[in-house]
Design a protein around this ligand. Structure first.
Ligand code: ZN
Length: 93
């Protein structure tokens, strides 16, 4: 009966959004580095949206939220999700 809606705040636009609609960036506990989507550790969230992603990159919002360096490759892989192909449909194939 409990609604499974979990709200998280986007680091760029500061809106509270359903976690399923956000990208999660995780700083792994124990110094394991930065990872997308899953893992135990401190998390930051950003909308699956070009403006929010660009803002996060330019203003280093993920770095601040996680208090860690975020490699360009992390941001690039999020960008490729935006540009490429809906990731959901590629997974369904
Ligand atoms: Zn946002």
């Amino acid at each position: 009966m409990t609604p499974r809606l979990v709200l998280r705040r986007c680091v760029s636009c500061r809106q509270l959004i359903d976690r399923d609609q956000l990208w999660r960036v995780v700083r792994l506990a124990g110094g394991g580095g930065i990872q997308l989507d899953r893992g135990q550790g401190r998390s930051a969230y950003v909308c699956a949206d070009a403006n929010c992603l660009e803002d996060a990159r330019r203003r280093k919002r993920l770095q601040r939220a996680l208090r860690a360096q975020v490699a360009d490759s992390i941001l690039e892989s999020l960008e490729s999700r935006l540009n490429g192909t809906a990731s959901a449909s590629s997974e369904a194939r």
